[in-house]
Design a protein. Structure first.
Length: 112
């Protein structure tokens, strides 16, 4: 099963690069999880100032420049939600305080 994990850091400068020690720890973790097959992809996300939230309600669109703070995302390959949770716990130990929201990616077959 594939899961989307979105990391919401508790603090820090949005869009700022972590210190070299933290970058090295994250690089090692990413390499290990890629080799094991658990991590399929991961990327940092731009700060909120460079993002937008678009909403459709009552046939009208509104655009807000205040989306939720998110530091990055990962696509995980795990046998269960519990396994994805364990992978996120390992990530949070390296990334620092924050929340990882985990959602299973559902594969629907579209009609042809």
């Amino acid at each position: 099963m594939r899961f989307l994990a979105i990391y919401h850091p508790e603090s820090g400068v949005e869009g700022g690069a972590p210190d070299p020690e933290h970058m090295a720890a994250m690089g090692q973790l990413i390499e290990e999880q890629m080799k094991s097959g658990m991590l399929l992809d991961t990327q940092p996300l731009a700060p909120r100032a460079q993002c937008a939230r678009v909403r459709l309600a009552d046939d009208a669109f509104t655009v807000s420049e205040e989306p939720l703070r998110a530091g990055g995302f990962a696509i995980l390959n795990a046998d269960s939600l519990e396994a994805a949770i364990e992978g996120c716990k390992t990530f949070l130990k390296a990334a620092g305080p924050g929340v990882s929201e985990i959602r299973q990616i559902v594969d629907f077959a579209l009609p042809k």
